[in-house]
Design a protein around this ligand. Sequence first.
Ligand SMILES: [Zn+2]
Length: 210
Amino acid sequence: MKFYLFGNNEHIDMTNPSEQFVSEFCDVEKVDPHYGDSEKCPLCGRAVSSKKWLEPRKIRLSNTRYADHLYYWFCNYPFVVSERFVKAYKESNLIGITEFSPLEVVKVSRMRKNSPKPPKYFIATIPFTRNVVIDVDKTIVVGKNRDWKCELCNPFGKVRDYFEKLTLETSNWSGEDIFEVYNLGIVASQRFKNFVEENNFTNFEFIEIK
Ligand SMILES: [Zn+2]
């Protein structure tokens, strides 16, 4: 089974320096968010996620180019998908997402009289796994050293800038098609990628983990 990380489709448009980040689809922004606790590492107790976004969860979209998967310009944003995605996922045999919680779109910028209304959006809850981990011996991380290490959530003892080489230890993989790996992020299976492509869901980018 091949596995993938999620990229974001935004790229710097070198031909137009005034508009540095261009995106084919709308951006999403939280409106008046309330936060709870972050998730903690089961080994060392340090935070391994950003703080949990609590209800009522309201969002604003930057334009009417709605996508099936919404990104914020910054990483660490919850996994937000359209109602069409949710329906197809529930009818599929995929596993990994444990809950879909509704969001409320309170504003769409640049909306005109005859613009289409936004679809309903949902946050997908994707739990951490301990069955797939970074293969520490076969992975090279570039970044500054930290003064602490944790076998699970910071095995390299570094603030990561990027991976020069990334390998996963997947021999204990328990079959989920989407899951979060400690010290890495959300990972999808080949089946998940096929599902997205077969349904033509928009604004997903997959980066193969080799
Ligand atoms: Zn830890």
